[in-house]
Structure formats: C-alpha cells, structure tokens
Design a protein around this ligand. Structure first.
Ligand code: ZN
Length: 61
C-alpha cells in the first residue's frame, strides 16, 4: 500500500515535470543537452525529459 502511494507520487512528479517542459516548449528536447529526443523514444516513453545518451549517463552516474 505504502509502496504504491510512493510510486503514484513519483509518477505525479514526473507528469508535473513533463507539463512544465510542455509549457516552456521544450518537450521532446533533452533537458540536459538540448538535443531533440528521438521520436521512437518519445513514443515508448512520452514523459521522457532526456535523450537516451543523457538518461544512460544519469543512470550510471
Ligand atoms: Zn541529452
């Protein structure tokens, strides 16, 4: 129950970030390097805020 609430909160944060990005006209653009995010990646994960390369380096850091 608690874990699910945490997960929901995390999803809300992610959606909030995406909405902010949309409002600032940078959805579909990597928030780290400014490069366009591959359309395939956006299709698989519409809330993606970083391109594959930056996401990978953020996860391995
Ligand atoms: Zn990037």
């Amino acid at each position: 129950m608690l874990a699910r609430a945490d997960q929901l909160r995390q999803e809300q944060v992610t959606i909030g970030d995406a909405l902010l990005a949309l409002r600032q006209g940078r959805l579909g653009t990597c928030s780290a390097c400014g490069e366009a995010i591959a359309f395939d990646r956006l299709k698989a994960q519409p809330m993606a805020l970083r391109c594959l390369r930056c996401q990978a380096s953020a996860e391995t850091r």
